[in-house]
Design a protein around this ligand. Structure first.
Ligand code: AMP
Ligand code: ZN
Ligand code: FE
Ligand code: FE
Length: 287
């Protein structure tokens, strides 16, 4: 059985519209599917307006992926099954939308100092109705011929530790986790290995996440090695957290994972999906 609890659409920085993503997920045979755009539920809302499943068809879950800061690092927290109309969530989303514009201004100022004027206008144009993010700055830099491709834009100007890596505007880990919980959702710590934290710092992050109401860690995020999956399952076990699985699909490409993750037996670990798929207990092989 395939599920996917981490995906992006054009409402943030994905390439497929919510409608196209739903069609893709259905054609892949996915049974339980969440749309988790960066800092917005607009992707889920459009998908839900387009798709209302009949009995036995793919279920669609409301979701989003909040950006936040913890101990100087940018962290992502996925919210699953949230009530999109909850005022706390709506205020949080509005705060992030404003933060993304303010941050965009700073990124543009920094790029201008490096000899690339007009970045904010360009990135906003690239973003259209989507939540503004560094990928839109990257797209603009490629379009202008400043860099050959998006990867180079991140490597030189926008990636971790580069001038365009501005995180001053994000809310705290405790805030975004609290918003998800208040809106009746399950908070999942996204891709814990991507933050490049030491083992002890990662355990501190997870402890603070749990204190804030976090319930699960993502043990599969797109393409990763079996050793990484084992490491993350150990983390979930040691910290007594549930686990989640997602492709983090943004677009087709040679390095990206296809939509859908095969559900596997998790030993004593509990999957967040058991809330929505109570009948499933021992699906297939161990992770
Ligand atoms: P932002 O939300 O504006 O901080 O942008 C984060 C997004 O940028 C991530 O979710 C990825 O989609 C993308 N991204 C981050 N690092 C890279 C990279 N090195 N190459 C390409 N895309 C990246
Ligand atoms: Zn993204
Ligand atoms: Fe992420
Ligand atoms: Fe993501």
């Amino acid at each position: 059985m395939l599920i996917d609890f981490h995906t992006h659409t054009t409402a943030s920085d994905g390439a497929l519209s919510p409608e196209q993503l739903v069609d893709r997920a259905r054609s892949r045979g996915i049974q339980l599917f969440a749309i988790t755009d960066h800092d917005t539920v607009a992707g889920y809302r459009a998908a839900a307006a387009y798709y209302s499943p009949s009995e036995g068809e793919m279920s669609l879950l409301a979701g989003l992926e909040f950006s936040c800061v913890w101990s100087g690092a940018t962290i992502h927290v996925v919210g699953l099954g949230v009530d999109c109309t909850h005022p706390v969530l709506e205020q949080g989303v509005a705060r992030l939308a404003a933060a993304r514009i303010d941050r965009g201004n700073v990124i543009a100022e920094r790029l201008e100092k490096l000899g690339f004027p007009g970045a904010l206008e360009g990135a906003l144009l690239a973003a259209g109705d989507s939540q503004l993010g560094r990928p839109h700055f990257a797209a603009w830099m490629v379009e202008q011929g400043h860099v050959a491709d998006v990867g180079t834009a991140f490597d030189r100007y926008l990636g971790r530790g580069k001038p365009g890596d501005v995180k001053a505007f994000w809310p705290t880990l405790a805030e975004v986790t609290g918003w998800i919980v208040a809106a009746g959702g399950v908070a999942v710590l996204a891709h814990p290995l991507k933050y490049k934290l030491t083992r002890s710092k990662l355990h501190r992050l997870v402890a603070d996440f749990k204190d804030a109401g976090g319930e699960a860690v993502e043990v599969v995020n797109g393409r990763q090695t079996p050793e990484q999956t084992r490491q993350l399952c150990r983390l979930a076990l040691e910290c007594a957290l549930e686990v989640s699985l997602g492709s983090d699909f943004h677009r087709d490409g040679p390095w990206t994972a296809e939509l859908g993750v095969e559900l596997r037996h998790l030993g004593s670990l509990r999957g967040v999906w058991e809330r929505w798929l109570p009948a499933i207990r021992s699906p297939g092989d161990p992770l």
